[in-house]
Ligand binder design. Structure first.
Ligand code: 4NP
Length: 160
């Protein structure tokens, strides 16, 4: 059975989406679903491409018990719309960028992360870049809730 691809997308791919990818990947592993689901993350913008995850995001993830592995930021490409079934945007700007970028034959789902989360539905995962350490903690907590809810939905939809 083909593995289900989930791509987390934010503006720079150095704060929110690498954190979402790392937390989601950890939840996948804990559930024994590594062969069924895979995840990656990317940016809509190119200006941080090639950069490592923001240390403040790494630290905030660490405080929740997750590890953002060393990786380099990258911008989304056309191929991502073929390789990933679920494109998960951190905020409305990213969502609109993805919707505009998607080729007409894209058959996957482009959605805001919090849409999967009944008690946070429709909220943006706000950009923490100019915020404090507390802002990063709030951001990571919302991401953790969102990716957990996303995984629950995937398990139901795909009978994982
Ligand atoms: P991200 O955070 O989209 O969560 O990776 C940001 C990183 C950089 C900037 C904005 C958001 N920036 O304006 O440089």
């Amino acid at each position: 059975m083909a593995s289900i691809g989930v791509l987390f997308v934010c503006l720079g791919n150095i704060c929110r989406s690498p954190a979402a990818e790392a937390i989601f990947a950890e939840l996948i592993t804990r559930r024994g679903l590594d062969a069924r689901v895979h995840a990656d993350s990317c940016a809509t913008a190119s200006f941080h491409a090639g950069k490592a995850p923001d240390p403040r995001a790494v630290a905030a993830a660490g405080r929740l018990g997750y590890r953002i592995a060393p990786r380099l930021a990258r911008q989304i490409t056309d191929a991502d719309f073929r390789h990933f079934r679920y494109l998960v945007a951190m905020d409305r700007n990213n969502l609109h960028t993805l919707q505009g970028w998607a080729p007409p034959d894209f058959t996957g789902e482009i959605e805001l992360l919090t849409r999967y989360c009944a008690d946070a539905a429709g909220q943006d995962v706000a950009d923490p870049f100019y915020g404090s350490a507390e802002a990063f903690d709030d951001t990571l907590a919302l991401i953790e809730r969102g990716v957990g809810a996303l995984l629950e939905q995937l398990c139901r939809r795909h009978r994982l």
